[in-house]
Design a binder for this molecule. Structure first.
Ligand SMILES: Cc1cc2nc3c(=O)[nH]c(=O)nc-3n(C[C@H](O)[C@H](O)[C@H](O)COP(=O)(O)O)c2cc1C
Length: 241
């Protein structure tokens, strides 16, 4: 039996949609059964129409299935995604989370693996707070929060051990970091499930699934473009990651 992964997210203009699609590909490649579901748009039509890219995205995903509480109930692993909105979770996703009372009261959201992903315009625009806000809900459910930490070298590049994040403004997140980060979080989440279940659940019968590894003290993280640079301010040298 394969691991069931629900990717539940909100996207107004397509960034989270693209991240969710990438997560879906990674989870599917890992042998998981995947439900990718965007949450229902609840903003007033006038607000949507005020931004052509928002209207275009709403129209583009009109035929796709929307997330229901049942998708959370169904899954072993839940990946929650929201754009950062004034340093917080988008109300559209929050509204879905706020309808999970019946599942919560029966303990049906407990003991699953959860991870979160977000995007913001700027690198320090509140991504960590958005992820932590989502994890607060998960803690009330009794879920198992699985964060990437620094278990993958890419985390020394995007600098966010709390989850997958992407900054849309140019020259913030390197182009390749978000794809690598989504790959690393999906496989890390699936591995974490496999610790309590069987590695066979990942769809790789008989194969041992490697554990994630935290770098040893003093060990250099891998980086494809590592080079030594000198601080403009102190003149001290350090290894750029
Ligand atoms: C109402 C609103 C609030 C936002 N707040 C922030 C913010 O606090 N920090 C930030 O860096 N970007 C902020 N953004 C930018 C979005 O987080 C960013 O564009 C995100 O990638 C949008 O994802 P989407 O394309 O999936 O909707 C905000 C955007 C909107 C519309």
């Amino acid at each position: 039996m394969s691991v069931k992964v629900a990717i539940v997210y909100y996207s107004a203009t397509g960034t989270l949609q693209a991240m969710a699609e990438r997560l879906e590909r990674t989870a599917t490649d890992a042998g998981a059964e995947v439900r990718r579901r965007h949450v229902r748009e609840i903003a007033p039509q006038a607000a949507i129409d005020s931004r052509p890219e928002w209207r275009a995205h709403v129209d583009a995903v009109a035929g796709e299935p929307v997330a229901e509480p049942d998708d959370l109930d169904w899954a072993d692993v839940v990946l929650l995604g929201s754009p950062t909105r004034y340093g917080n979770v988008a109300s559209q996703l929050q509204q879905l989370l706020d309808t999970t009372g019946p599942l919560w009261s029966e303990g049906r959201l407990a003991d699953k693996v959860y991870a979160a992903f977000t995007a913001s315009q700027t690198a320090h625009g509140g991504q960590e707070v958005t992820l932590l806000s989502l994890y607060t809900t998960v803690m009330h459910w009794g879920g198992i929060v699985v964060t990437p930490g620094y278990t993958d070298p890419v985390k020394f590049v995007d600098g966010n051990p709390y989850g997958v994040s992407h900054a849309t403004a140019p020259r913030t997140t390197p182009r390749w970091a978000t794809p690598s980060s989504t790959r690393s979080t999906t496989s890390h989440g699936a591995r974490s499930t496999s610790r309590s279940a069987s590695p066979r659940d990942l769809g790789a019968p008989g194969r041992r699934v490697p554990r994630s590894r935290v770098l040893a003290v003093g060990e250099k993280p891998w980086h494809p473009r590592r080079r030594v640079v000198r601080s403009r301010y102190t003149g001290r040298r350090w290894s750029e990651t």
